[in-house]
Write a protein of this length. Sequence first.
Length: 332
Amino acid sequence: MARLLVTGGAGFIGSNFVHHVINHTDHHVTVLDKLTYAGNRASLVGLPQSRLTFIEGDVADSLSTDDLVADADAVVHFAAESHNDNSLNDPSPFLQTNIVGSFALLEAARRHRTRFHHVSTDEVYGDLALEDPMRFTESTPYNPSSPYSSTKAASDLLVRAWVRSFGVAATISNCSNNYGPYQHVEKFIPRQITNVLRGIRPKLYGEGRNVRDWIHADDHSAAVLMILEKGRLGDTYLIGADGEKDNKSVVELILHLMGQPADAYDHVKDRVGHDLRYAIDSSKLRDELGWQPIYRDFESGLAATIDWYRNHEDWWSPSKHATEALYAQYGQ
Ligand code: NAD
Ligand code: DAU
């Protein structure tokens, strides 16, 4: 049995990962989470107390995180400011958490020789043209567009430097867009589902031609666990499930699955610097480690996600009003 320190374990993917680890292994999990607007302890309710310890704290606070890293066999680092739109309006917390926070954890991992897995994003590679047959691979040059993605790129580069210069036993994964339960209502898919549930029209940025490569959060969790257990130290693995869809098609599918007319949405102001298309080639992860996605049919995964939001209004309702008030300020 191993002791995992999971940062950001009260967030969307972090909490899905904690559920996955507790359901599929004997590991003990300690969650370190600042409980920002994006963190929610309710996402961890129902898990056995004997397997889970929750610590409220900031990854950038090196004094308090040092002991936690010392006590862990491995750190899985999810904690981040994660939303592009917020980063365009106030980049400062993104630099603090994503760069300074990752630095503090890496220093602790170096001191205590703790195995480290860094959870990152495909957005570090910038974007691809809509008609381009290319997909991102592990050797695609970094070219981030937003304050969010540039801070994630910075943290990836810190990890690489700490591997090479200090011998930290680290791996990195860069994943595409996740969907599934426990995702904050600021994000594209839950925003539109909860809008329909509240009688608000879904909001599509610009023309909605931008493409995202969707993967279910549980497939992401399984991949991270596999890389933690079997990944080659110092290596990067791309995670994706061949789920490219343009935003307009996703909104239309949500409307269809929720029994609404296909055109019952609004076009709103486009995102500044909006990345056109992301697409992942995950051959390395599949060929070297044997990972395969379980959720291969986006429509049925989306239908299950819609059901989850329909049945968990108590989970998302407290954040809905403030989120839409912020979008109204952004004009979106
Ligand atoms: P999220 O915003 O839902 O959750 C982030 C969590 O981190 C929250 O619980 C928050 O309270 C916590 N946190 C924020 N600042 C902290 C700090 N200073 N100290 C401790 N905890 C802090 O994010 P998410 O969508 O679950 O993303 C998790 C990770 O996965 C991020 O590193 C993100 O870059 C990466 N990622 C996300 C996606 C996606 O589609 N959402 C895709 C690829 C990679
Ligand atoms: O690719 C991985 C990244 O995916 C992660 O690193 C980020 O943490 C995660 O937030 C996500 O980034 P995106 O910016 O792609 O996700 P978001 O849900 O914000 O938007 C998805 C797409 O939908 C994007 O093209 C913008 C568009 N959009 C978004 C919202 C909130 C809309 O059209 N309408 C909306 O209301």
